[in-house]
Design a protein around this ligand. Sequence first.
Ligand code: HPA
Ligand code: MG
Length: 226
Amino acid sequence: MADFPVIKAEAKCGGIVIKDEWPGYHLDLFTFPEHYSGDLECVYLPHGIIMDRTERLARDIMDDLGDHDIVVLCVLKGGYQFCADLVEYIKALSRNSNKSLLMRVDFIRLKSYLNDKSTEDLHIVGAEDLSVLNGKNVLIVEAIVDTGKTMKALLKHVETFKPKMVKVAGLLVKRVENAVGRSPDYVGFEIPNRFVVGYALDYNEYFRDLNHICVISESGKMKYKI
Ligand code: HPA
Ligand code: MG
């Protein structure tokens, strides 16, 4: 039987800490698309846990920003699922409370990974005109933060549009040694430095259509390597 992975939930900023030793759940315990059988090692974070944690992040965000209008800036492609679910939960909270949060949702597309390695150069692909951010409260929504380099470059880019305030929500933060920059204001899970896929996180564009966050197997890596 698998150990329970969570050692502590630190208040707000730290996220749920997943220990280095967490082996994940056996694949037989959950369902996943047949086309990925053999490509995965384990279910690392089941979809339901991701959703429940996201709901709580939405509440934290509402507590802090509920009286403001915000621009949600979704970092594509990996952030689309987290952003969509987070926005849904914020909308639900907004409906059911006396706080009415006006949200705009905008998108920015970044690319820095090839296979499972981070490349040095960050590409802002299809650069949107982000002048809409001028004078606004901005919530950047990113699926994963590892070295922090991407986030640092993105924050620098966003700051050039002179927003009033910038907060960052990251579903996953990896424990890496040489992390740079600030960590997100809202963190779902702090995870070991392992390459994960699913819930819109990809390996060379595959596995986005997987609901759980999983660890890819060596044969999976070989199969989709470019
Ligand atoms: N998985 C997918 N994309 C990523 C990861 C990861 O673990 N880290 C940075 N981008
Ligand atoms: Mg990617």
